[in-house]
Ligand binder design. Structure first.
Ligand code: SOE
Length: 395
């Protein structure tokens, strides 16, 4: 019989839903050596917490995350909160001897990320994981496999972009637009994913960021109405006001990876027509690979060794059991999967790791995510100083 691990999830918004769904589904599709038990959900808003717990099947709920992480019944703490809370929550969970699965980026700042990495390294009991979920699209995992089989030969280019369009002037202020909560804007939120993908796919670390540019197109945003409780009555603050944005809406940077790979990255929240366009292309000596999340079941492959007359991009449907990672857990060929499956795949791998088994695809721990955080920092410094920044300068 499989062991169990009681989960405490902190955060009940977008990622809270994605993770809850993953814990709920995983053992219907995967044979996991350790089964997650949806024990406690912690969140700030008590009014929505009870229905959330009920809808997703969390046994308990509470508004005090500090009590929740100390609960002896809990085995793994899942941190799905804004970036400025990651360090405090992860450190508390690690010192309570829990395993930790933290949302990306590892933290809002390099300093927080370093504290987390060091705490994880010192711990004898805690295993750590970071939710870089796009590694777990079968097409991405398969691309890595092809690169490891040396299908591309020497890698020349990585060309990655992550474009969204929800951050225009009409979007009100939220934690994502404030440095004290988020650390940075599109950069920490979106570049973090494509930096992780570049490292994951090529197996190469970054050597230098040669140049970077950040831009804040929308300098302030409407402050959302806050509600106040006066004498048992909830009153809305009416006066419209605006709050200053102090993070980037968009970023672009150029980097060199080990092996001399030339890499370009772009991330934006104001690129109309691109809603979740997480695209990466890799060009090597013998061919190219291309993945785009909005078409996530497909991997594009160009083999430069094909005869010229019939050479061309192959569009590979990555849903074949036994051939494509994770595909065997899901549906018959071409019965495609979506965003939520990447999180289920990740929980399957976390549960495998907790049970002493090999995950299907390597899991990023705090030390791994810290490498991505160093690249984020190098690009921010390169933009600030309009100068190249060597990764060796970022400790
Ligand atoms: C918002 O930009 C967001 O939810 C990111 O925070 C996620 O990491 C990304 O996967 C989807 O978009």
């Amino acid at each position: 019989m499989a062991d169990t691990c009681n989960i405490a999830l902190i955060g009940q918004k977008f990622m809270g839903r994605a993770h809850s769904n993953a814990y709920l589904k995983v053992e219907r599709f995967f044979n996991v050596p350790v089964k997650p038990v949806m024990h406690t959900i912690a969140g700030l808003d008590l009014i929505s917490l009870a229905p959330f717990a009920d809808r997703w099947g969390w046994k308990k709920y509470g508004t005090n995350w500090k009590d929740v992480v100390k609960d002896p019944a809990i085995g793994l703490v899942d941190i799905s909160t804004p970036n400025h809370m990651h360090a405090e929550q992860a450190l508390a969970a690690i010192s309570a001897g829990k395993h930790v699965a933290c949302e990306k980026p590892l933290a809002g700042t390099l300093k927080d990320a370093r504290l987390m990495k060091n705490a994880a390294a010192r711990s004898r009991r805690s295993k750590t994981f970071v939710w870089f979920n796009y590694r777990r699209c079968p097409a991405v995992a398969f691309a890595r496999q092809l690169i490891q089989e040396d299908r591309l030969g020497r890698v020349f280019h990585v060309r990655a972009r992550y474009l969204q369009d929800w951050g225009g002037p009409d979007t009100p202020m939220s934690w994502r637009f404030q440095k004290k909560y988020a650390g940075s804007g599109a950069h920490g939120d979106l570049s973090a994913h494509i930096i992780d993908m570049a490292r994951f796919l090529t197996g190469q670390e970054f050597v230098e960021v040669l140049g970077a540019m950040t831009e804040t197109f929308v300098p302030d945003r409407a402050t959302p109405p806050t509600s106040r409780k006066t004498g048992g009555r909830v009153t809305q603050k009416k006066k419209p006001s605006r709050t200053k944005v102090d993070v980037d809406d968009a970023v672009a940077f150029v980097a060199r990876l080990e092996g001399g790979t030339m890499a370009t990255f772009e991330a934006s929240r104001v690129a109309h027509g691109h809603q979740n366009d997480n695209t990466i292309e890799i060009n090597g000596e013998h061919g190219s690979l291309r993945f785009s999340f909005e078409d996530m079941n497909w991997l594009w492959y160009y083999d430069a060794r094909d005869e010229k007359a019939t050479a061309g991009w192959r569009k590979i449907m990555c849903t074949s059991a036994g051939n494509h990672p994770y595909a065997g857990a899901w549906w018959p060929d071409a019965h495609i999967i979506g965003y939520e499956h990447t999180f289920v795949n990740m929980v399957a791998d976390i549960m495998a790791a907790l049970g002493g088994e090999e995950p299907i695809v390597p899991l990023p721990d705090f030390a791994d995510a810290y490498e991505t955080q160093r690249v984020l920092e190098a690009a921010l410094l390169a933009a600030k100083h309009r100068a190249a920044v060597k990764l060796s300068e970022i400790k």
